[in-house]
Design a protein around this ligand. Structure first.
Ligand code: ATP
Length: 632
């Protein structure tokens, strides 16, 4: 049976609805699509076992929430929010399933499920007690086999003399940037992770300089490409690589051979908009020797699999990112899974010795016989150069990241220089829009003075209101509406219902014809002939002005969600929490919000929400952690 076009099945004759699934949809545990998907498939092959229907619907629902798979053992103990353990077990018992083993047996007997070995094309795959949708199992296997293959590769021998030249200063503590360069130059695949300002870009620029110098010595020219998941992140990477290059202690021709221009991943892979396949893939690989990808926490599993698929076999892949940030919007948390044990695992003794030899840094003191093979490919930068010892933002981010609610609250209260805390009053039902809007005063001055688009963009980028949620009075949609209304009442906007000078929007879809991407920000201003245009910054820093009528999917962006702010930084940030607890309030969300601020951070939210968030972590099911970290 061909399951390749599963959506077609949805258009076919109606199957009968499965009673527990219908009830769970009504309870909000499942989406309609989760139930319909499995019911149609089951109808197609006469699969009548409810235990299979239940597993399939949950697999689809979990995928919708960002998980790569479901783990039957975990589900047995802890079903999704809104579904009681007893209710799940009763529904399964009705089809003879009384244990996880019974559930696995039922799935193994189903025509809808393949085993991982031998793998056949069925809608779902059972691997141990994990159940995947077929395509996601394939993505995971693709990434896994790439990682395992490259982590175990015979190492290259980087030129220690060049590494020494790149790091002329010696200190008493281990210089992890130097170690990262030696480590990443040793293998075809590497990850450099670190919090804000830990020198990821500085380090990787030195790494590129090393690779370019080594190739130049052999008379070869390296083809290097730089990429990031969003246009904004690509523009930032371009800017920071250009800055970091300037201070390299190397010859001008080596610096000149390091590119500055970064593109988005979609553009790099040749986005065939509307289709899931990219122009570049295994049959038409990218034409490059080295690929550097920044902000990898935002890259989902399907994108990572497609990226790997498009690499020529000899290419080096270098990934940069902050493992503690929010995971990608779509399914997976590849960077998080990859760097799961990075804090404590360090390197196996022989690898640590090798790094000591290459760098002169005492890495051997961190040798760990338990470190799995993947740890070779990872280096964590541990010192922030952006936040000094007195930085409240730095301390607050650290406390939140460690899940230490008490310390986070202390930091919120005791750093008046750069951290501010606004606790809602008991009577408060709406955000304090007038105070929040003040941050945009400079921007509105620039609009009024009809400053050039470069200055205007710079003024806009200095401040950002972030929301944790989309819906409700404290959600992004309402806050933007209230802000526009407030700007109208203050005479800054003539009519908030039409395009006006100063209107700021964010695209919500990629647009092939315009060459713009989801997340790109446009500012509305008149052109020389006084026609309103929406101006977008290109990755090279230039601006394109489009007639507003050409934009189809966008939203106002005086406030944006923390999710959408990933890959961007602002001088001043105001993070607005809702009044009541929400499952989206996690440690990662607040940490990501805090670390978007470079100079000044204000939290609007109650202490009990900060405490709850510090104790709540995002966990996404995937097979990568076990395969990479536990089975070593
Ligand atoms: N070893 C170092 N000694 C002193 N300053 C450093 C060092 N490494 C980086 N810096 C400085 O710290 C700042 C942040 O560095 P960089 O941009 O490389 O960090 P990053 O981790 O890429 O930051 P971001 O969080 O913005 O992605 C820069 O001003 C850089 O010059």
């Amino acid at each position: 049976m061909d399951f390749s076009n599963q959506l077609d099945l949805l258009a076919q004759a109606e199957p009968t609805s499965n009673p527990p699934l219908m009830a769970w949809q009504e309870q909000g545990v499942l989406r309609a699509i989760d139930r319909q998907w499995i019911e149609q498939l089951a109808h197609h092959v006469n699969e009548s076992n409810d235990a299979v229907h239940i597993a399939g619907a949950l697999c689809s629902a979990y995928l919708g929430a960002g998980h790569i798979c479901i783990d039957l053992v975990s589900l047995w103990k802890k079903p999704p929010e809104g579904l009681a353990v007893a209710e799940l077990k009763a529904a399964l018992a009705a089809s003879g399933v009384h244990s996880v083993a019974d559930w696995c047996d039922a799935l193994k007997q189903s025509q809808l499920v393949s085993l991982a070995l031998p793998l056949t094309e069925k809608p779902m795959v059972l691997s141990g007690t994990r159940l995947y949708l077929y395509r996601y199992f394939q993505y995971e296997q693709q990434v896994l086999s790439y990682l395992k293959h490259h982590a175990g590769a015979t190492p290259f021998e980087p030129d220690a003399a060049i590494i020494d030249r790149l790091f002329p200063n010696k200190s008493d503590t281990v210089d992890w940037q130097k170690v990262a360069v030696a480590n990443a130059a040793s293998l075809p695949f590497s990850v450099i992770s670190g919090g804000p300002g830990t020198g990821k870009t500085t380090t990787v620029t030195k790494l590129l300089a090393l690779l370019v110098s080594q190739s130049a010595a052999q008379g070869k020219v390296l083809r290097i490409e730089l990429a990031a998941p969003t246009g904004k992140a690509a523009a930032r990477l371009t800017e920071s690589i250009a800055n970091a290059k300037r201070s390299l202690p190397l010859e001008e021709d080596i610096k000149a051979a390091i590119p500055e221009q970064a593109s988005t991943l979609h553009r790099l892979l040749g986005s065939d908009f509307g289709r899931s396949r990219f122009k570049h893939n295994r049959d038409n690989p990218l034409h490059l020797d080295v690929l550097l990808v920044d902000e990898v926490s935002m890259v989902d599993l399907p994108m990572m699999a497609k990226l790997i698929d498009a690499l020529p076999p000899h290419a080096r892949l270098i990934l940069l990112g902050d493992k503690d940030q929010l995971a990608s919007v779509e399914a997976g948390s590849v960077l998080g899974d990859l760097s799961l044990g990075i804090e404590s695992a360090y390197f196996q003794a022989d690898w640590a010795q090798r790094l000591t030899r290459l760098t002169g840094e005492n890495v051997s003191q961190f040798a760990n016989p338990e470190a799995p093979l993947i740890s070779r490919s990872l280096t964590l930068l541990r010192t922030s150069y952006r936040f000094d010892a007195n930085s409240g933002i730095g301390h607050l981010a650290k406390a939140m990241n460690a899940g230490n609610a008490q310390d986070a609250i202390y930091q919120l209260q005791n750093n008046p220089r750069d951290v501010h805390w606004q606790v809602p009053t008991e009577q408060q039902t709406k955000p304090d829009i007038a105070t929040l809007a003040k941050g945009y005063d400079d921007y509105w001055d620039a609009v009024r003075q009809q400053k050039d688009i470069v200055s205007l963009y710079a003024a806009f980028s200095r401040y950002q209101i972030l929301t944790a949620v989309r819906q409700g009075e404290f959600g992004v949609e309402q806050v933007n509406k209230q802000l526009e209304l407030y700007f109208y009442q203050r005479g800054r906007v003539k009519d908030p219902h039409v395009w006006y000078p100063g209107k700021a929007v964010m695209l919500t879809r990629n647009d092939a014809s315009l060459g713009l991407f989801n997340g790109d920000i446009g500012l509305c201003m008149p052109d020389e002939s006084q026609r309103l245009r929406v101006w977008f910054m290109q990755p090279d820093g230039s601006f394109t002005g489009l007639l507003p009528s050409r934009l189809s999917a966008f939203e106002v962006v005086f406030a944006m969600t923390v999710h959408k702010s990933q890959g961007s930084e602002f001088e001043r940030v105001a993070l607005l929490l809702p009044l009541t607890p929400s499952p989206v309030l996690t440690r990662e969300l607040i940490y990501t919000g805090i670390t978007r601020a470079k100079q000044d951070f204000t939290l609007w939210g109650a202490a009990h929400l900060v405490t709850a968030a510090a104790q709540s972590r995002i966990q996404r099911n995937s097979g990568l952690p076990d395969e990479l970290w536990l089975s070593a």
